[in-house]
Design a protein around this ligand. Structure first.
Ligand SMILES: CC(C)(COP(=O)(O)OP(=O)(O)OC[C@H]1O[C@@H](n2cnc3c(N)ncnc32)[C@H](O)[C@@H]1OP(=O)(O)O)[C@@H](O)C(=O)NCCC(=O)NCCS
Length: 175
């Protein structure tokens, strides 16, 4: 029962559902905002409409993308994909969760991550990894809340906005 969980209670106006191709532009806008204004994504390269469509299409094929809708508008998205490309890593996936800036802190990220974890479990994956900029306390708290454990922090492996970035790895067993 979703309403018994306080996190879902706070996000009761959000509906989480599998993403569709028609969500491409809304997802791209949320992702590009994070690229331009935050260290959540370690790149300055915003996606063009064509790149956004191709990026989402890969997730739609796998069934590994979800969106949260509030009042009919996409307010956030979550995806999982291969953690690393070599086939020996095939039972491990990495998640990404993004909520539009004006809707953060309302439980939407939690609702998205819950759906993502359930979907990855159902698909038979073994471990979910989150790679988070070490100073991103919101994302670290979100993942802790779902049982992810800190697997370590790798110092100064990225750079953006003229400074070094540390990567915190968090791990959730799925099976
Ligand atoms: C990180 C993010 C996905 C969390 O989603 P959200 O909808 O804001 O989070 P929720 O409202 O579901 O809150 C989940 C938990 O995180 C905590 N949290 C959320 N934002 C926080 C912040 N800025 N600082 C500290 N804790 C925060 C909440 O308090 C809650 O913990 P609690 O249950 O102990 O109170 C969202 O803030 C976001 O999109 N941030 C920008 C992009 C990003 O950093 N994505 C993750 C990349 S790894």
């Amino acid at each position: 029962m979703l309403d018994m969980n306080p996190i879902y209670e706070r996000s009761r106006t959000a509906i989480v559902r599998p993403a569709r191709s028609g969500d491409g532009e809304a997802v791209r806008a949320i992702r590009n905002h994070a690229v331009e204004h935050s260290t959540a994504l370690w790149t300055h390269a915003v996606q063009s409409p064509a790149q956004g469509t191709a990026w989402l299409a890969a997730h739609l094929e796998r069934g590994s993308a979800f969106v949260a809708e509030v009042g009919g508008e996409v307010a956030g998205f979550a995806v999982y994909g291969p953690w690393r490309e070599l086939d020996g890593y095939r039972h491990t996936v990495e998640d990404s969760v993004y909520v539009s800036e004006d809707r953060q802190g309302l439980g939407i990220g939690s609702a998205l991550l819950a759906a993502l974890i359930a979907s990855a479990r159902e698909a038979g994956h073994h471990v979910m990894i989150a790679g988070i900029e070490a100073g991103n306390s919101g994302s670290i708290r979100l993942h802790e809340r779902f049982g992810f454990h800190h697997a370590g922090t790798v110092r100064e492996v990225g750079t953006k906005f003229g400074r070094w970035l540390d990567l915190t790895i968090m791990r959730l067993p799925l099976s």
